[in-house]
Design a protein around this ligand. Structure first.
Ligand SMILES: Nc1ncnc2c1ncn2[C@@H]1O[C@H](COP(=O)(O)OP(=O)(O)O)[C@@H](O)[C@H]1O
Ligand SMILES: [Mg+2]
Length: 248
């Protein structure tokens, strides 16, 4: 520590919180099939503030899932960039991308993607097992089980901990998937049509869970949906049209 810092601690610069948690710039993505080229994203700009809940709407085929997959580093863009809290993340090597998805970015999908042979609790524990690795897992296991159990109880699944996915309803499976996405403590949740396979009542329950997480914990959320009534649950709506994002 320098003497200047000792003499005037008030002068030590405190970094300002980033204005944007997630920043997407000039993102372009095209798919080729045979000799046809489909330009899906044609220069997408998008900002999500910390603690913000934003819906991305657009017609089927407008590129919503493509955009969310690029934000979640599941796929690479042809041009442009993705930044998390001011740090560029789309050009990281594969291992660092995997780590970010394990720690900072949670994702949920329409089809839940739970592992069928694992119980609800084991599905939620899976990301922590991956994070800790085998040896550390022996040490961390009981704390991890407590965390995962707490989350599942909070989502009303205290009586379903040891059920396999096939023994759960759609709404319950999606709540397990959300718990799995959150157990690592991400700052950002990306949700792709999370109510798409659910009836109105179960879907409403999932949206209540997301809205409560946003309000009570400041979880930042990007929700992709083709349904305007679902989109309205967010603070702000943007629309994907002709490969670009517009304010809706
Ligand atoms: N891997 C792929 N290869 C070729 N075309 C794709 C691929 N993924 C998506 N597409 C096409 O890109 C367009 C946008 O798809 P998608 O992002 O899934 O849209 P949305 O989620 O808005 O329905 C669609 O026309 C789709 O058929
Ligand atoms: Mg889609």
């Amino acid at each position: 520590m320098t003497s200047a810092t000792l003499e005037s601690p008030g002068a030590v610069a405190v970094p300002a919180p980033p204005a944007s948690l997630l920043t997407v710039r000039s993102l372009r993505k095209r798919y080729r099939s045979g000799d046809k080229v489909l330009e899906v994203l044609r220069g997408v700009d998008f900002d999500l503030a910390p603690g913000e809940f934003v819906s991305v709407i657009g017609q089927s085929g407008s590129g919503k899932s493509t955009l969310l997959h690029l934000m979640g580093l599941l796929d690479g863009a042809d041009a442009g960039s993705v930044h998390l809290a001011g740090r560029r993340i789309d050009d990281l090597p594969g291992r660092d991308r995997d780590r970010l998805r394990n720690t900072d970015i949670g994702m949920v999908f329409q089809a839940y993607h739970l592992l069928p042979e694992l119980t609800a609790l084991e599905n939620v524990l899976a990301p922590l097992m991956v994070r800790h690795g085998l040896w550390a897992w022996c040490r961390e296991r009981s704390e991890a089980r407590r965390q995962a159990t707490d989350l599942l109880k909070r989502f009303g699944l205290g009586e379903r901990l040891h059920h396999k996915p096939r023994q759960l309803s759609g709404g319950e499976m999606q709540r397990v998937a959300i718990a799995r996405a959150l157990v690592g403590g991400p700052r950002l949740l990306l949700a792709d049509e999370p109510t798409g396979n659910l009836d109105a009542e179960s879907g409403g329950g999932i949206l209540d869970v997301l809205a409560a997480l946003n309000r009570s914990e400041g979880l930042s959320i990007v929700l992709v949906t083709h349904d305007a009534s679902i989109a309205r649950r967010a603070d702000r709506i943007v629309r994907l049209v002709a490969g670009r994002v517009e304010t809706a």
